[in-house]
Design a protein around this ligand. Structure first.
Ligand code: NAP
Length: 320
């Protein structure tokens, strides 16, 4: 099979398409023929070599994909040969024509969800679900600011929040991203580059503030987030690319909570709950991943450049 291999950490050009052995399933394993692979920002950090996770070289990147089960090992009860699945996590890497997974890393993909959409589920939807429900403990009727709502995690958060009866304020940084949020039914759509957007967000809550902020760029926004919070508000830091300065009194006066989270820290039982809930939302149509760009697997380097550029629009996926 063909797979992207990384032999040294560095820029996008270290992503090389090479011939690799076809994976063989051992006991408890599933081999998935990959039809589409999700590209997540974290894969660029890992590839650059500056992230906490440093896989042994050479490696094949990627956590998320969708495709069809080609083979199952002894003892697998979670998937059948020929079944459409999405995968969250692999043993062999998802930037490839085939992926070797544990039986617990594959989940059914409903027929009405395309493979490209299936590749957009794993990290983004699980992160959004964990942040909103398992961390912030969102309650019916609360208001959430999805700060960076036009990208992979943001769109997932919007859909999950709406399905749970929350009022959603969403931000994007381009006209195309703002239009996407309107199409997604976001109640209040704001441009995070507009100098007046913080007061507009407060105005959307009649000055009370938001109950929850899901933050995609905390180094830029954490201080603003605190000023936007209602009493007993919660901020979940999902993304940050540097340091931030805050006034702790902004948190004290509101009895606020700032959560940090990394999806990879999720315990297995809580991850199983997340995917069970996502499965329900995918089947009933409340969750509909948005794919903005499909790029050939051979051009993974271009995908890594694109995912770090401004102007997010849903998900970037690779197709073999
Ligand atoms: P993405 O698809 O590239 O989306 C990035 C989002 O951030 C876009 O909506 C973008 O909007 C927005 N953004 C850019 N500048 C912003 C600003 N000044 N204020 C607010 N938002 C801004 O990335 P993603 O996959 O959704 O991931 C988002 C972040 O979360 C990344 O940093 C990623 O590494 C991180 N993440 C963390 C976890 C975890 O476990 N903690 C899991 C998944 C992702 P425009 O492009 O329209 O400006």
């Amino acid at each position: 099979m063909q797979a992207i291999r990384v032999h040294q950490f560095g820029g996008p050009d270290v992503l090389r398409l090479e011939e690799a052995p076809d994976p063989q399933p051992g006991a408890g394993h599933v081999v998935v023929g990959v039809h589409a692979t999700g590209v997540n920002p974290v894969e660029t950090y890992i590839r650059a070599g500056g992230y906490a996770i440093k896989p042994p070289l050479p490696y094949t990147p990627g956590t998320d994909a969708a495709g069809v089960v080609e083979a199952v090992g002894d003892g697998v009860t979670t998937a059948r040969v020929g079944e459409r699945v999405y995968i969250y996590g692999t043993l062999s890497g998802a930037y490839a024509e085939r992926a070797l997974c544990k039986g617990t890393q594959v989940y059914p993909l409903p027929d009405h969800i395309s493979f490209a959409q299936g590749a957009a589920i794993g990290v983004p939807y699980a992160t959004a679900y964990r942040a909103l429900l398992q961390k912030a403990g969102a309650q019916l009727g609360e208001t959430v600011l999805v700060h960076g709502a036009s990208g992979g995690v943001g769109i997932a958060a919007v859909q999950i929040a709406k399905a749970h009866g929350l009022t959603v304020i969403g931000t994007a940084g381009t006209p195309r991203g703002l239009k996407l949020l309107e199409e997604q039914g976001v109640g209040y759509v704001l441009d995070h580059h507009d100098p007046g957007y913080v007061s507009d967000a407060l105005g959307a809550t009649c000055g009370r503030g938001v109950d929850i902020v899901l933050e995609m760029l905390a180094n830029v926004n954490l201080s603003k987030d605190l000023s936007l919070l209602a009493p007993r508000g919660r901020i979940v830091i999902i993304g940050s690319r540097g340091e931030a300065t805050i006034d702790p009194r902004q948190a004290m006066s509101r009895d606020a909570i700032i959560y940090g989270m990394v999806l990879f820290n999720t315990p297995p039982d809580e991850m199983a709950q997340i995917h069970a809930a996502l499965g329900t939302g995918l089947r009933d149509g409340t969750l509909q991943p948005v794919v903005g760009q499909e790029i050939p697997l051979a051009e993974a380097a271009r995908a890594h450049q694109a995912v770090m550029e401004p102007g997010a629009y849903g998900k970037i996926v690779l197709v073999p």
